[in-house]
Design a protein around this ligand. Structure first.
Ligand SMILES: *Cc1c(COP(=O)(O)O)cnc(C)c1O
Length: 449
């Protein structure tokens, strides 16, 4: 009964994210008492395998002993200090590390406290850079169809997921939205690389016509996560980097979801051997412990703001919790795990196991596609495999998958009708098998109705 009591108290006073609260008249909330590794436990002893890393933030499990210890130690010394005029060791050490491990040329780190805020910072910095350089006609941003960059107004404006954006359209700045390299739409037999290359023509054309008024292109490298885990080939990023250089436009890569080993390399950009002008990081940055984000940028951009105060060229953006000491410490502990263990090699073994386990979904009559990039596997459910007609959204089949899987002890949270797996890196092969088995049962159950 403890679950029900907490749920009742919650629903009396709380308003949850990404939720029609009315749903909770029929779907129970799940109060979590504790977590350990990939497992979450509620107040009645039920356990749930966290197959989505608690919204893509957790890398090394809940209650990770290394991160716990680092945080306890930090807590006894410094919890937080104003980050203007003052600094502290954790923030300095983390910036040094981020500069060292991110793609070449990124030499400056600006902190914010969540992913959307990092995107706002990158957009403002890019715009402001061009202002400082006397190019005040540059005021626009280019983004891709089906992209997602967060939900504050600026971040929402450069995203393209209608579910989150449409209502607020009158409040949002105008952007140029270009057809995406999303390989779900490639021709039969066409490779990801060929389709992604072919789709680049749209971006090239837009740059050709509008570069003069454009500050930056913003992109999620390799995987459009919130956009139903749609994927594309790294060649697109290579072409994009070349075109941004050619046309004098910044490249902002949003690795908030895909950074820190999720796609097989430490950063997704590495697969195209490119460096952006701005790199946004958050989510996995603190191992899923505390809100923190960082925008990495170049000497050149930093230099355009660096001048006598009277020139009024400084970047004055700030958040109260900028560079929070506890969050920086959690991030350092997370990075220390990458240093002490061969995480990427282990992930590639886990990813290979995921490939094998996903095989059985391929031939199911309601599966249009099974796709994978590193530690992300997505299964696209459709009503008709041949025509790819989707299920009517009103049927909420994804939600039914969620509910069924929960009853079997696995936390899946399909995006629409796309079931996906994005587990913490500490998952075992046996736990992967459980996760895929339950997803299979859930899918069969929900597609035969
Ligand atoms: C989650 C996400 C964001 C927003 O981060 P929040 O911390 O939720 O504001 C931005 N971009 C991408 C690619 C994301 O996945």
């Amino acid at each position: 009964m403890k679950n029900a009591i907490l749920s009742q108290r919650d629903l009396a006073v709380l308003w949850h994210p990404c939720t029609q609260m009315h749903d909770h008249e029929t779907f129970p909330l799940i109060p979590i008492k504790s977590g350990e590794g990939v497992w979450l436990e509620d107040f009645e002893g039920n356990r749930y395998l966290d197959a989505i890393s608690s919204w893509w933030v957790n890398l090394f499990g809940h209650a990770n002993p290394i991160i716990n210890a680092a945080l306890k130690n930090q807590l006894d010394n410094l919890e937080h200090v104003i980050f203007a005029g003052f600094t502290h060791e954790a923030a300095i050490e983390l910036a040094e590390k981020l500069v060292a491990i991110t793609p070449a040329g990124l030499s400056r780190c600006f902190y914010a406290d969540n992913g959307s805020a990092a995107v706002e910072v990158a957009l403002k910095m890019s715009f402001h850079y061009w202002q400082n350089c006397g190019q005040s006609q540059k005021t626009k941003f280019i983004t891709l169809e089906n992209s997602y960059h967060g939900e504050t107004l600026g971040a929402l404006a450069v995203g393209d997921v209608a579910l989150y954006k449409k209502t607020y359209a009158p409040l949002l700045m105008d952007v140029m939205t270009v057809s995406s390299p999303d390989c779900y739409f490639r021709e039969e037999g066409e490779s990801w690389a060929d389709y992604s290359t072919r789709q680049f023509v749209h971006l090239e054309q837009t740059l050709q016509q509008h570069a003069n008024e454009v500050c930056a292109v913003i992109i999620e490298p390799l995987v459009q996560c919130a956009g139903n885990m749609r994927m594309y080939d790294a060649v697109y990023l290579k072409l994009l980097r070349e075109a941004c250089d050619k046309y004098g436009v910044h490249l902002i890569t949003d690795e908030i979801a895909v950074g820190f080993g999720r796609t097989g390399t430490l950063f997704a950009c590495e697969q195209a051997a490119i460096s952006p002008d701005f790199l946004c990081l958050s989510k996995g940055l603190t191992g899923g412990y505390l809100p923190l984000s960082a925008v990495l940028t170049t000497d050149k951009i930093y230099g355009a703001f660096y001048d006598d105060y009277e020139k009024l060229s400084a970047f004055l953006h700030s958040h109260s919790y900028t560079g929070n000491a506890l969050a920086c410490r959690a991030a350092l502990a997370t990075l220390s795990i990458f240093e002490s263990q061969d995480v990427l090699a282990n992930n590639s073994i886990l990813a290979a196991k995921m490939t094998v386990l996903a095989q059985r979904f391929l031939n199911h009559p309601n599966v249009a596609e099974v796709r994978q990039t590193g530690m992300i596997v997505a299964i696209e459910l459709v009503k008709n495999k041949t025509t790819r007609d989707p299920y009517p959204w009103q049927e909420r089949r994804g939600l039914q998958v969620y509910r069924y899987a929960l009853s079997k002890g696995v936390l899946l949270r399909p995006l629409g009708n796309v079931i996906y797996f994005m587990p913490p890196y500490v998952i075992t092969q046996d736990e992967l098998t459980v996760m895929f088995d339950v997803a299979w049962q859930a899918m069969v159950n929900v597609t035969t109705k």
